[in-house]
Design a protein around this ligand. Structure first.
Ligand code: NAD
Length: 270
């Protein structure tokens, strides 16, 4: 392992994203996975779970003690919205910068994380989507909303996803709403015959959440204008699509200040 390798801790390492990240870090000399945390598979060998290419670590369920022992440079959280805030705070209290990939964190909890970044003078980066193409999709959608403000979002994910709408959909809706300003879609008086059929609303943007086996993470943003539509679509076909983005965030988070939302903040000029 090279001297300059960034020492990384991962919470949720036994999950789908966590295992993939352990493999991605194991094959990149720029990074060293030094702490593997999960409440499931605790005390098991990470190699038994992921194969011989990953760091030779035993999974622990004790984040605080693990951080004190391993002294990582960065924590990556890929757990559950009920756990992500306390995980982030454990790291921030120890002045360990945090990359949060976990979705579904409430606004109140996000504020709590933001306050902890200020109190401990340590940065945190929340990335609603680690795929480079998804960041571009959100930027293109924001640009399109200035000209075609009538928009709806269809997000599609695997059937195991617990939160809806996705963090990416929420973020896209908020950006569209900000870009289109005072505009509100003009609707006829709708007769809703099945509850929820028009989806939910985030900042007055309709969002439709599809959950099906076979999907990974996909989103289409549809814009309607006079006699035209525009659809901007991104597809993550495999969780591998998130790994380069996570590495970008690990590299970049330490130079940030406070609490930052969006991977574009570590992507340089786009
Ligand atoms: P998963 O359910 O497969 O894995 C989550 C893991 O977290 C599990 O192993 C679980 O045991 C563990 N966990 C839960 N609570 C914990 C706690 N308190 N302490 C330690 N470990 C705990 O889920 P996944 O598909 O790997 O996704 C993880 C999170 O990442 C989800 O919130 C998902 O929505 C999000 N995600 C984000 C992106 C992105 O680009 N930002 C992409 C994919 C998934």
């Amino acid at each position: 392992m090279s001297e300059a390798a960034i020492r990384v801790a991962v919470t949720g390492v036994a999950g789908r994203m966590g295992r993939q990240l352990a493999l991605a870090l194991g094959s990149d000399r720029d990074f060293e996975l030094v702490l593997a945390v999960d409440r499931s598979n605790a005390d098991e060998s990470l190699r038994d779970l992921c194969g011989p290419a990953v760091a030779n670590l035993v999974i622990t369920s004790k984040l605080g003690a693990g951080l004190d022992d391993a002294r990582p440079d960065v924590l990556v959280d890929l757990t559950h919205h009920a756990a992500a805030t306390s995980n982030a705070i454990s790291a921030l209290q120890r002045k360990v910068p945090v990359v949060i990939g976990t979705s579904g964190i409430s606004k109140d909890d996000l504020r709590t994380i933001e306050l902890a970044t200020e109190e401990h003078a340590t940065p945190a980066l929340l990335a609603p989507n680690f795929a480079i193409g998804a960041v571009l999709m959100m930027q293109f959608a924001e640009a399109a909303a200035k000209w075609l403000p009538d928009a709806e979002i269809i997000e599609m994910h695997h059937e195991q996803k617990v939160d809806a709408p996705s963090g990416t959909a929420r973020s896209t809706a908020e950006r569209i709403a900000a870009a289109r300003g005072e505009f509100r879609p003009r609707r006829v008086q709708e007769v809703i015959k099945t509850e929820g059929v028009r989806g939910g609303e985030v900042d007055s943007v309709h969002v439709h959440s599809v959950r099906l086996p076979g999907l990974v993470a996909h989103q289409a943003v549809m814009f309607g204008g006079i006699g035209e539509t525009l659809t901007i679509r991104h597809d993550s076909m495999d969780r591998a699509s998130f790994m380069e983005g996570i590495k970008l965030c690990i590299r970049g988070v330490r130079s940030l200040k406070g609490f930052v939302v969006g991977m574009e903040h570590v992507m340089g000029s786009l």
